[in-house]
Structures are given as structure tokens and as C-alpha cells.
Write a protein that binds this ligand. Structure first.
Ligand code: CDP
Length: 787
């Protein structure tokens, strides 16, 4: 008698299956954009502006044209003849492709050269003579909003200042009442500094316009190939099937590869003009100074508190520095992303948020770096504020959180900002975390150490965040709803090909997507091949960012598998010669109700779909599903760090970091752990060492890896991960919630709170990230906040 399969044994949900993609990655056999070589291919380099704000008086490219091997020098003026000097952004703004009137940030694209090899192209860029007339430079919101500030976007009709938008959400009157009734008000002003996702592989494209077929193929490092195809179709007024966007292997994205950058557009235009394939490979500094920065937000927040520790209301004002173009991608309804998801794990009666976006002379900023549209800023501010409020009230920060958490029986919980948090067990997660770190014991150690002049600190960060944008009622990019898709073909041998609208940049989709099919159909994961990233073959999807792949794409995979199963059931009934109602399912096989020995496997059904289908049934076993999620999924996380600060130098070391992540059902526990470890490493880097900023002239400081530090195994502390709390999402077909970004979102506050805790009693309320030793030392020496 055939038995139902052991799900983990066939690589289904819960199996820590080794990543199948790694066999090619670790052998150097990945196929990245730079590996693509086409016959007759030329190479493109970009000339970037050395100045942050300057009028372009003239561009003389005559010397560049004289260099042997140069095929094209493209300037903004030439691009304008094709109506391509400017392009629309994913946030309904416009962005210069190649500057025509003036440059607005250091590193902006001014011209590009196409040549026989990249070195000739680079030399030719250096030979272009650009005459600039410097203009006053604006590098932060305060300067941008000053009365005498130069208008950066004077290209836009009606733009008379540097404000991009004003946005507001929540209940102002109710929040004012809560503050009027408060026993105490706790305030904090914070800056979440600019950071750069800095993927190992920079942006790249190979554009190939075929004059004979008039088809445009672009290989490029994009996390969202279908969005790019839609944008190109709209700009170029070409039908979608004449455009093929292929996203091959990607060496990290983290949100950096969502926007459409000028380099991509230039390579396309050059290929069309030259009728030859054109390759553009960005260099590291080009990537660091000109592509999607994240964060850069100033935040004033206030909590209205009752003496017993109850939070009565929250007021938030955010100033977001978007740089020269509002070019990040986010749902069109939410100007400042999902910043208003702040405080969603706390039961707070009233909340109000105002936000203002500003233009500055910096590269476009605000991309969701491992983050669902500003939730990183939201959770950082939330947890810094909660820590400070607890201190202000003299209540233990763990206890303060406990008093304000949404209780497990309150879910689904409607936040004052309107989100519906699907599920969670905040208190239970906190208990696990406190137990693991040895909370009470550490507090005693801290007191003892103090007596000997040692500064120990413990910092907690707890949060739930909205992952899986999102339902079509509220979420769209450029008007396209944020559903996702899957197409499944089960061949007659029972092997399967799965194509999904998401696009992995290293997250392991080829492994985990097969596991979902395995879970639904009982086909061993190793028999399922996963493909993503080619718009000619993948179904239309919105791509991978904001940890939306599992909540949306993963759900689509379940749904398409279930459609396949429904057809297989009919085939099983036919093969077993019983009615469909008498057919039962167990993993991998159907059997006759009450007669478990009489059954057929899913593979036998697959064979029948092509060789022995019942009369009237369409042959084949394939289908597709588009999934419009009813809600976002809400993972919950607790991160607790302990640190020791050296009072002589300001250097701080992490003693321990405990992470408790409840992301519902884990498809592949090993991959989930990898995601958390990676996120915590980034969180540690942001809080401890990563610094990329701009001087008064708008020069980017930190535009190379000598200055912008990536943590290696040497600096990165160890992390202790806990997975015992599992709250399945009630609306996701397999109960999974997103996880990719949680630790990067929630982690920074744990480290910063720990350092601030170590500084208890010094009068210092805040040190802005990164908490470099000199900043901590300065705070210790002066007893003043450091911003
Ligand atoms: O959108 P992105 O892939 O970056 O994020 P995600 O949906 O959170 O998934 C990251 C990786 O973790 C994928 O390989 C997922 O399949 C896996 N994952 C999992 O195994 N179980 C979960 N509950 C969530 C994600």
C-alpha cells in the first residue's frame, strides 16, 4: 500500500533544504549581466558631474569623438531630440536621464560614450569638456526649506520651493486630546542617516535592439522586470511583446535595483541609435554616489503618557530628504511609504503623522533598502521612542512594552493609522527573548559593573511590520496593482516547471518556491524547476522587494498548485473509476474514500493528463494564478542586544544578541535563519560603522569601501536565533509571513538602545547613527546629545 509522503523528506515545507542555486553560485557559474556577451556588442561609460549644483554652460565632446574606437557620444541635448533627456520616475516625478540645463547632485549623469571597449569609453568620457557655473548647494531639509534657498527643481512648472509633498494621516483632534490629558509627554528628535544598500554587483545592462524584428531585449539587474517593461513600453510607446526584459542572476539588490536608472535608459537609447548591443557596467563609486540611497529622515516624535506607563497617543512629524529627484518606488497612495505602520504592535488609542518631502542637491534617496517602504525608519523611531519614554517614566523598558503591547486576543487589530494587523503573540515573543538573554541577571551585572566603572547596556527592540504589499484596494506602483503571479506546468513525467513574477537577488527562491509546490502536490522539490525574471516567459508580476515575495508570490504558487490539484483529482477519479466526490487526497496521491489501498499518485495523474484523460477534458496539466492578497502579513520580532561601552574611547562591543522572529510558517528554516543573520549584520553595520554623508558643497563622503564600511565576519558579532513562536498568518494560504527584511528593520534600535542604556545617568538622550566611537566618546565627555 502506498503511504502519504513525508513532506520534509521530499523537500516540502519545513525542510531545511540546501539552496539549489548555490551549486552554480559557489562554483563561479552564475550568469550575471556582465557575463552576457553578444555578437557586435559595444560598451558604454557614463560621465558624471563633479559638482552638486551647477548650470551647464557648454559641453564640448569634440576630443572624445576623435578617439579611435568611439562610436557615440550622447549628451542630454541629443537625448532630448528623442524626448529622452528626462524620464518619469516610479513616484510620479521626473528625473534627468542626461543633464541639459543644470546638474543637481554630485555624480549626476551628464553624458555617455559608447566605444569598442570600456576603457576607450572611459578615456573618452574624460576627454569631454563640460563648463559648469556653480550654484548654491543645499544638502539637508533645513537648508532646503530656508527662505533664500535656491529652487533645485526649477525645471518643474509651478515649483517655487524645494518641497516635494506634504502628507498627513491619523486623527489630529483625537491625538491633541490625548496629549491634553497626558500626565507626561516624552519627546525625541532623531535622524536616520542616509545609508546605501551597496549590493556586491553594481547596476548593469545589456541593451540589444534588433532592427530586423524591431524587438528590444534588455538584460539588466532589476528586481522588478515587469515594472521596467511597463515603464519602457509607456516611454517608448512600444507594445510590451516587443520588449523583453531579462533579469539574470543578481548579486544582491536590497532595494537598490528597483528604480529605473539613467544608465539603463542610456544603454537602450544607444543600442537603438547604433543598432548594436550596448553593455553598461556601473562601477562601485558610480553605484554608491548616484543610485538609490535609503533613509535620510529627520523625525520629531512625541508620546503622550500616563504615569502608570500607558501610552495615550503618538505624534510624529517627518522630514524626508529625497535628493534631487523623487525617484524611489512606493505605493502611490502613500507619499512617505508605510511610515505610519509605526507603533502597530502597541495598543495606542490615538495617533497623528505629518510628513514633508524635500528636494536637496543629493542623489535621489528614499529607496526601500531591505524595507517595506519606510518601515525601517518607522520601527527605528518607534523603538527609540519607546525606550526613551520608559526611561523618562522610570519604568523598565521590557515592562513598559508589555503594558502597551496589543494582546494576542486583540488580533486582528486595527491601528489608529488604519492598518489591520493580522495576528501575533508579542508578549510570548518578548518572554522568550528575555529568558534567552538572561534579562534579570544582566540588569544585576550591569549594576555591579557600574561600581567598577564599566558601562554595560541592554537594548530591546520589538516590532511588527507590514510585509506583502499589497492588496489592490490600496497598493499600486504607477497605477499597476501589487498582485503577483505563478504559472505551473506539470509535465507528463510528473516533473514540473514553475514560473513566478518575483525575482530573487540571492534570497533562495529557486529552492523555496519548489518547496511550496511540493507541499501542495507532493511532487518532490527536486523535480520542480523554478524560473523567474524573464518577461517573455514569466507571468506578469511586480517583482521582489519589501519582503513581498512569500506573502504574495508564494501565495500565488500555492493557489496555482491547488488549481493543478483540482484537475488532477478529476483525472484520479477517471483512473480509479469512481466519482470525484469519492476521491480523497493525501500528500502526493489520491485514493478511494474508505479504500486507502486503491490510489494513484500525482505523477500518474500527470501522465493521464497527456495520455488518458476522460472524454471532454482538455489535455495537459498546467495553469496560472494571479494572487491579490487580502491583507499584508505581519511578522513579529524581538531583538535584544547587550553591549559594553569603553568609557575611554567610546568603542562599543556587542556581548550578545538574541533574536526571536515569528514569521508564521517557515518554508525553509535554514533560509529563514540566513535571512535573519544577514539582516542583523546589516543592522549592526548601520548602527555601528556605516557612514555615507555629504559635505557643505554636496560632495559625497564615503563613496568607496575605504570609508563606507561593509562588515566582514571579523567585525560581525554572533547572533542567537529563536524560532519557537509561530503564529501563522490567518489569510495566507500556507500561513507564511515575510521575513527577509525584519532583522534589518528591527535590529538597529536594539543596538542603539543598548548603547543608550549603557549611558544611563549621563544625561544623554540620543546619539544619531552610526554610533561611531568618536560620537559616543563626545556624548560621554559632554553629557550632550550628538546629532
Ligand atoms: O521578498 P523576499 O524574497 O526578499 O523576502 P521573503 O518573502 O521574506 O523571503 C525571503 C526568503 O525566505 C525566501 O527564500 C522565502 O521563501 C524564505 N521564507 C521562508 O522560508 N519562510 C517564510 N515564512 C518566509 C520566507
Amino acid at each position: 500500500m502506498t503511504k502519504a509522503l513525508d513532506e520534509v523528506g521530499i523537500g516540502g515545507i519545513g525542510a531545511s533544504r540546501k539552496r539549489v542555486e548555490d551549486s552554480r553560485f559557489i562554483r563561479g557559474q552564475g550568469r550575471y549581466t556582465d557575463d552576457i556577451v553578444l555578437p557586435g556588442m559595444l560598451h558604454m561609460e557614463i560621465l558624471r558631474s563633479p559638482m552638486a549644483h551647477a548650470r551647464i554652460k557648454s559641453i564640448d565632446a569634440s576630443k572624445a569623438w576623435e578617439i579611435p574606437g568611439v562610436r557615440l557620444v550622447l549628451t542630454g541635448e541629443m537625448a532630448a531630440t528623442r524626448n529622452l533627456a528626462w524620464m518619469p520616475t516610479l513616484s510620479y516625478d521626473t528625473q534627468a536621464v542626461l543633464a541639459t540645463d543644470k546638474v543637481r547632485f554630485q555624480g549626476q549623469e551628464v553624458a555617455c560614450v559608447v566605444a569598442d571597449d570600456p576603457y576607450i569609453a572611459k578615456d573618452a568620457c574624460d576627454a569631454i569638456d563640460v563648463e559648469y557655473e556653480p550654484l548654491p548647494v543645499v544638502v539637508n531639509p533645513e537648508q532646503a526649506l530656508a527662505e533664500d534657498a535656491p529652487v533645485i527643481r526649477d525645471d518643474k512648472a509651478g515649483q517655487d520651493g524645494n518641497v516635494v509633498y506634504h502628507w498627513e494621516v491619523g486623527d489630529k483632534a483625537g491625538t491633541d486630546r490625548a496629549f491634553a490629558n497626558a500626565d507626561r509627554i516624552s519627546k525625541l528628535r532623531l535622524h536616520y542617516p542616509r545609508s546605501h544598500p551597496s549590493p556586491i554587483e553594481c547596476c548593469a545592462s545589456v541593451a540589444d535592439y534588433d532592427r530586423a524584428t524591431q524587438k528590444l531585449t534588455v538584460y539588466m539587474t532589476t528586481q522588478a522586470p515587469h515594472i521596467v517593461r511597463a515603464a519602457v513600453a509607456m516611454i517608448a510607446e512600444l507594445p510590451e511583446h516587443m520588449i523583453r526584459i531579462v533579469s539574470p542572476d543578481i548579486g544582491g539588490g536590497f532595494g537598490n535595483k528597483v528604480p529605473v536608472y539613467p544608465g539603463y535608459v542610456c544603454s537602450i537609447l544607444c543600442s537603438i541609435l547604433l543598432e548594436r548591443p550596448v553593455k553598461w557596467i556601473e562601477d562601485k563609486t558610480g553605484n554608491l554616489i548616484s543610485t538609490g540611497f535609503a533613509r535620510d529622515m529627520y523625525l520629531d516624535s512625541e508620546l503622550a503618557l500616563r504615569e502608570d506607563g500607558k501610552i495615550l497617543g503618538v505624534r510624529i512629524h517627518a522630514d524626508a530628504d529625497h535628493g534631487a529627484f523623487f525617484a524611489d518606488a512606493q505605493p502611490s497612495k502613500f507619499k512617505i511609504g508605510l511610515l505610519h505602520s509605526a507603533f502597530a504592535c502597541y495598543d495606542i488609542p490615538a495617533a497623528h503623522l505629518t510628513a514633508r518631502g524635500v528636494y536637496t542637491n543629493k542623489a535621489p534617496g528614499g529607496v526601500a533598502y531591505r524595507c517595506s517602504f519606510r518601515v525601517t525608519e518607522a520601527m527605528f523611531f518607534q523603538e527609540r521612542m519607546v525606550h526613551q519614554a520608559a526611561k523618562d517614566l522610570g519604568i523598565d523598558p521590557a515592562e513598559f512594552r508589555r503594558r502597551n503591547f496589543v494582546r494576542a486576543d486583540q488580533f486582528p487589530y486595527r491601528t489608529p493609522f488604519g492598518f489591520l494587523v493580522d495576528s501575533g503573540q508579542p508578549e510570548k515573543c518578548l518572554d522568550v527573548g528575555l529568558e534567552a538573554i538572561g534579562y534579570e541577571n544582566f540588569l544585576k551585572q550591569k549594576e555591579e559593573a557600574r561600581k567598577r566603572g564599566r558601562l554595560l547596556g541592554i537594548g530591546i527592540s520589538t516590532m511588527t511590520e507590514p510585509l506583502g504589499a499589497g492588496n489592490s484596494r490600496e497598493y499600486d506602483i504607477l497605477g499597476i496593482k501589487m498582485f503577483d503571479s505563478a504559472e505551473l506546468r506539470v509535465h507528463l513525467t510528473g516533473k514540473a516547471l514553475l514560473r513566478v513574477g518575483t525575482k530573487s537577488q540571492g534570497q533562495g527562491h529557486e529552492t523555496t518556491w519548489a518547496q511550496i509546490v511540493s507541499h501542495e502536490l507532493g511532487i518532490p522539490a527536486e523535480d520542480v524547476t523554478v524560473e523567474e525574471g524573464d518577461t517573455d516567459t514569466a507571468p506578469f508580476g511586480m517583482g521582489t522587494y519589501a519582503s513581498r515575495s512569500t506573502p504574495v508570490g508564494g501565495a500565488a504558487i500555492s493557489m496555482v498548485s491547488r488549481k493543478i490539484r483540482a484537475k488532477a483529482r478529476k483525472l484520479a477519479a477517471h483512473l480509479l473509476e469512481v466519482s470525484e466526490e469519492d476521491v480523497e487526497w493525501e500528500l502526493g496521491r489520491f485514493y478511494v474514500r474508505g479504500v486507502p489501498d486503491r490510489g494513484v499518485t500525482i505523477q500518474e495523474c500527470a501522465m493521464a493528463a497527456y495520455s488518458n484523460m476522460p472524454d471532454g477534458m482538455e489535455p495537459g496539466l498546467e495553469n496560472h494564478a494571479y494572487y491579490d492578497p487580502p491583507n499584508l502579513t505581519w511578522p513579529f520580532a524581538v531583538y535584544i542586544a547587550t553591549v559594553e561601552v569603553d568609557p575611554e574611547s567610546g568603542v562599543w562591543d556587542v556581548l550578545n544578541l538574541v533574536a526571536v522572529d515569528d514569521c508564521g510558517v517557515r518554508i525553509n528554516p535554514m533560509i529563514v535563519e540566513g535571512q535573519i543573520m544577514g539582516g542583523l549584520t546589516e543592522a549592526y553595520a548601520m548602527s555601528n560603522m556605516q557612514f555615507i554623508t555629504f559635505d557643505e558643497e554636496g560632495n559625497c563622503v564615503g563613496s568607496n569601501y575605504m570609508d563606507y564600511l561593509l562588515p566582514t565576519a571579523w567585525e560581525t558579532p554572533g547572533f542567537e536565533l529563536h524560532s519557537e513562536v509561530v503564529t501563522p498568518s490567518p489569510h495566507h494560504p500556507i500561513g507564511a509571513k515575510g521575513i527577509g527584511e525584519c532583522a534589518a528593520v528591527g535590529g538597529p534600535a536594539a543596538f542603539v538602545n543598548a548603547v543608550m542604556d549603557a549611558l544611563d545617568g549621563t544625561g544623554v538622550r540620543n546619539i544619531d547613527m552610526p554610533l561611531l566611537p568618536d560620537r559616543v566618546w563626545q556624548a560621554l565627555r559632554t553629557g550632550q546629545d550628538v546629532s
